[in-house]
Structures are given as structure tokens and as C-alpha cells.
Ligand binder design. Sequence first.
Ligand SMILES: O=P(O)(O)OC[C@@H](O)[C@@H](O)c1c[nH]c2ccccc12
Length: 264
Amino acid sequence: MNILDKIAARKREEVEILKEEVPVETLQMLPHFKRKCFSLKENLKKSKTGIISEFKRRSPSHPEINLGADVAEVTKAYEAAGACGISVLTDEDFFGGSLDDLAVARETVKLPLLRKDFIIDEYQLIEAKAMGADVILLIAAMLKPKQVEQFSKKAKALGLEVLLEVHNEEELKNNIFDTIDMIGVNNRNLKTFEVNLQTSKDLAEKIPGQYVKISESGISDTTAILELQKSGFQGFLIGGNFMKTEDPGKSASEFINELKSRSK
Ligand SMILES: O=P(O)(O)OC[C@@H](O)[C@@H](O)c1c[nH]c2ccccc12
């Protein structure tokens, strides 16, 4: 069984339990459920740098990125550094994150927040909205096009923005819906964990113009960003490169400043 199938199976168990413990009606009563979301798409369109910084303690490919990281401290510093948005891992079993991390980030910053998780059920969309997310991720490699269509529609109805993650041309062409806001190309193959920025460069021209393009994973220097910008990307999702350092906020700040000075 590959890692995505394993994660999907675990999520399905988890969601069934949660639905009983915290029914949708309870989530809908939480104060964030009715809030108006911040727009990541608009921030990326306006930005010269387009950095989306990620809060992540560990991952299946890197079991110890920054196990003791404090979500309030890091997200506050990411905001001060000039990030356009923040991605927060909420998966517990494989990434050491939680919905509490998302809630703390929501209390800390006024930036759009991406709930970074493996969505396999509409329940998780309601949960995302109730816990303060602005954007949700749909991973094409894990879902049928019918599900991508259904979940993106539901997310839009909740006022959330939708980032579709693809890894190859087939996933892209099977999942073009007008309920999607942004298309992210994951440079990491989630089946093998290999990273290659060429994945983004190759797919860029095939992504229809109405979608904001985001390149995800394996970005570790500003030269990569300048190249990806030339290919048409407006957003850059960076996790490990910041989180693996002692002071992720400072790393993000130095990175964004360097990018600004090189973009002049
Ligand atoms: O740490 P990196 O290589 O900068 O990658 C960040 C982000 O792209 C990565 O965490 C990610 C992209 N898509 C995902 C889907 C699920 C979990 C994690 C991810």
C-alpha cells in the first residue's frame, strides 16, 4: 500500500469517529464558522514575492524537522517577515500537527491560512472553516474528479478558497473545475518523496490562465523562485527550508528580503 492510500484509510477512520464526537451542528456554532475569509488568491496576485510559509514539525520523509516548534511564535514571525499566507499542517499521525495549531495560528495572525491536510470528506471542510481556515487543499492524487468537484463546490459555499494540488498532466486535465481558485504543482512525488522543480516548470504552461499558479515543495533558494516566476508561478509554498532552522521566522524574513532585493 502506498503512503497516500495509507493516509486516506486512516483519515476515513478518523472522520467517522469525529463525526460522532463533534457533530456538524456543533462545528457550525463555533464563532469562526461565520467569519469572512481572507483571500490568499488576491494576496498572491498583488504580491511581488508570493511566499506561503508553512508550519510543519515533521513529515513522513523528514521525521524530525522541528519537533518542538511553537506555532504562535513561528506564525507571528512569518507574518512579520512578509509572507502572503501561512500553511498549517493539521494532520496528527503523519505530520505531528493538529487543529489546535490552526486555531492558535488564527488567533495570532491576520493572514490567509491554508489548512494543510488530506481532505476525503465534506466534514473536514466544515471543520476547516470552524477552526479558522481560509483555504483548503484538495490533492488530486487522492481523489476522484467527482470528489474534487463536490468538495470544491462545498468549500466555495462555505466561503473558503480552494487550492487543487496536482503532480502530473493527467491529474491536471481531469480536475479543471471553475470552483477551484489556485492550482499547486507539488514538486514532491507523494508516492516516492522525490523532489524535482522541473515538475512545476513542465506543467506551468498547461495550467489555464484563470488559475493562480503555486509551486509547492523542495524550494530552498531565491534563484529557484526567480526561475519559477519566469514559468508563470505567483505563489511558492515553502516549509522545510524555514522549519528546519532554529528560527523559522528569521529564515523566512531573510529569504523574503533577499528575494525582494533580487526582484528589483
Ligand atoms: O517542506 P517543503 O519541501 O518546502 O514542502 C512544503 C509543502 O509543499 C509540503 O509540505 C506539501 C505539499 N503538499 C502536501 C500535501 C500534504 C502534506 C504536505 C504537503
